[in-house]
Structure formats: structure tokens, C-alpha cells
Design a protein around this ligand. Sequence first.
Ligand SMILES: CC(C)(COP(=O)(O)OP(=O)(O)OC[C@H]1O[C@@H](n2cnc3c(N)ncnc32)[C@H](O)[C@@H]1OP(=O)(O)O)[C@@H](O)C(=O)NCCC(=O)NCCS
Length: 162
Amino acid sequence: MRIRYASFKDLPRILEIEKASFPLPWGFLSFAKELENPYSYFFVLEDEENIWGYACYWIIKDEAYLANIALDPEKRGKGWGRYLLYQTLKECAKKGAKDAMLEVRATNFVAINLYLSLGFEKLGVRPRYYEDGEDALIMKAKLEEVLHEGARDYSKAYREKR
Ligand SMILES: CC(C)(COP(=O)(O)OP(=O)(O)OC[C@H]1O[C@@H](n2cnc3c(N)ncnc32)[C@H](O)[C@@H]1OP(=O)(O)O)[C@@H](O)C(=O)NCCC(=O)NCCS
């Protein structure tokens, strides 16, 4: 498994995963814009054959904002989502980010658990943030704490231990 920057040729597969992951998925243009946005850091997780997932951040000053993350539904629940998040947060830290911020649907318990497990904390709520009226939780983490020496290193195939 490896993580690399996304490119235009990846967009059909990314859109496939996106549509399978969200009730209000991003369209082609939203992803294409991210590839051209100088503040955007857009990663894919892949094996030799296919893309498994992606994560996209905006790094502004010393804060990384997680704009999007999703994993192929067939690959979920095996530690790869955490691996993708951890590894890409590490890349954000290398680019100078000190904090990470995100918004998540208040009922997306899988994602909320994932973020809590890596040290994100709930900062507040944005009422009716999503187009369908659902609230968003705002979550924040200090990358130093998420990635500190003693933290579990998800650079190893975490899945092997399960
Ligand atoms: C969110 C997402 C990337 C997580 O990836 P994943 O591979 O499913 O999650 P992992 O197997 O890495 O699990 C990481 C943690 O998530 C939580 N989690 C995973 N599956 C869960 C489930 N079915 N129920 C509750 N919590 C769950 C757990 O805290 C888990 O840690 P643990 O196994 O040590 O208990 C993935 O589920 C996904 O793509 N979801 C749809 C898109 C989405 O919601 N993105 C987030 C937008 S804010």
C-alpha cells in the first residue's frame, strides 16, 4: 500500500468512491479544483492495482483542514481509513501544519470514532451545516499529540495486527 498525491487521471475512480460514500457527493469540478488549488494537498491510498481511498486537506498557515476523506466501502473497517488519515496528517505536519481541523456529520459515528481515536476533540457544533439540514461537529487536534513519539505508528500495516 502506498500514499501519493492525486492527479487528474485518478478522478474517475475517486468519483466512484465519493458517490458510494456520501449522500451529497462532490462532483468532478470540485475535485478538479482541488488539484489546482495551491493550498490543497490531495492524497490517494492505493495498492498495485487500484485506488482504495483519498484524503484532501487545505493547509493555511499552520492549520490543516480536512476537506474530504473516504475509503472504498469494500475496504472499510480494517484499519485502512485510520492508516490513510494518520499518514496524510504526517504529510501535513511535514508541510508545516501544527493543528488539524475538520467538520463531520453529527451522526457519522464511524468517522467520529476514528477522529476521537487519533486524538481529535469536539470543539463545537455548526447547526444545520449540511444542505439536508444535518448538524456538523467541529473537531480539532494538535498534530504534535496525534503524531508524537509514543503514538501508534500507522506507517506499519496496522491491519496485520488485527
Ligand atoms: C470514515 C472512514 C474513512 C473510516 O475508514 P475505515 O477503514 O472504515 O475505518 P478503520 O477500519 O480505519 O477504523 C478506524 C476507527 O473508526 C471507527 N470505526 C470503524 N468502523 C466502525 C464501525 N462500524 N462502527 C463504529 N466505529 C467504527 C473505530 O473507532 C475504528 O477504530 P478501532 O477499529 O480501533 O475501534 C470510512 O468509513 C469512510 O470512507 N466512510 C465514508 C466517508 C466518510 O464518512 N468520511 C468522513 C467524512 S467527515
